[in-house]
Design a protein around this ligand. Sequence first.
Ligand code: SF4
Ligand code: SF4
Length: 194
Amino acid sequence: MKENYITYLKFLDEKLTRFFELQKEYICCHKGCSLCCQNAEFPYSKLEVQYLAAGFFTLGSSTQELIEKKVYSLKELKKNFHGEHFLYECPFLINNMCSVYEYRGIVCRTFGLLALSGDKKVKTPFCCFKGLNYSKVFDHKTKQLSDTKVQKLGYKNAPLGFNISYEFLTSPDFERGFNIKFGEKKPLLDWFYK
Ligand code: SF4
Ligand code: SF4
């Protein structure tokens, strides 16, 4: 199963690399930029968490302890949270870098692109509103990407949305195609001890 999942990740990474390349004019992602890891729920399936755990065990003991402490603190904070979505900084983020980069989950690999939703609406990445990806062509009045800005600023390619929703990328079609089973899905934090 693990080998099949690695094959799937390779397929996914190739696909996403192509998408990022096509949209590189609009992308500001770089090493050390980590806003996307700082305020979300991070959906993870059982399969992804098992792979992430394999990455965790490659880390040195002091890094493991640091991550465990972060998880513990977040779990304590969550106990007193009564809203619908508990948003948090991922405990695997250390010094603004992912400590388990090669082992990170699917949603982490898609951060930063424009996503096409089921009704064909384009969803801008969260960091667009922080002056990063696609922000130069986003019109805050209409709350949409602006063709006028694209033309005015002389971008060669139009902004493109891709079908990269978590639901799609972990759908039964991919399970069958790669002979994998994603299993239960829930926020990353909820996979850790009670
Ligand atoms: S997706 Fe946005 S926040 Fe994340 S690395 Fe790229 S530019 Fe930075
Ligand atoms: S696993 Fe890594 S890439 Fe994913 S949210 Fe956490 S720090 Fe960011």
